[in-house]
Design a protein around this ligand. Sequence first.
Ligand SMILES: [Fe+2]
Ligand SMILES: [Fe+2]
Length: 195
Amino acid sequence: MKLEQEELKTELDLEKIKEKLGEKRYLHSLSVLNSALNLAHRFNLNLEKVKKAALLHDIAKNKEKDELLTIIKNSNWILDDLELSIIPVLHAPAGAVIAQKEFNIDDDEILEAIRYHTLGHPKMGNLAKIIYAADFIAEDRSFAGLDEIRSKIEKNFEFGLYLITSHIIKYQLNQNNFIHPYSNDLRNKLLKRSD
Ligand SMILES: [Fe+2]
Ligand SMILES: [Fe+2]
């Protein structure tokens, strides 16, 4: 991975993030940071915001179900019963709470990007889209079809995003998992646009 010193310059306390994530997840977050910075130029995004969202997106990932649910219950985020029942996605809203409380993030776009990085959301903004996509195409991932998605997203970001959402939904269908309406609505919206 080619992260320059400049790209790692941030107001965030990297040691504190590393401590919370552990080595492997910290490296994953750096991969997501790298992908996110590569995508960010499309939208003229504030790079410090991209860095904060990327580095903190999985900040709650090491927490157990009960703690995640307690964090969410004591926050202002509203989750429906279906989302609350899908345990692997809960680190996203819980992560937004931790980013705010423990890393003093008050920027709504950063918090939204962390909160929706698992399910996606039809109304998510450009920063959230970048983090959602960067998490999926990050260098530390490899599976059949990923290289094709990486090259598609280079050429047409919205179409690449559509492919990512479709891939995630197909995977969940194969696993007999629930499909949350946020993911389905996001895919429908992207499909309408990519005709
Ligand atoms: Fe995550
Ligand atoms: Fe992630």
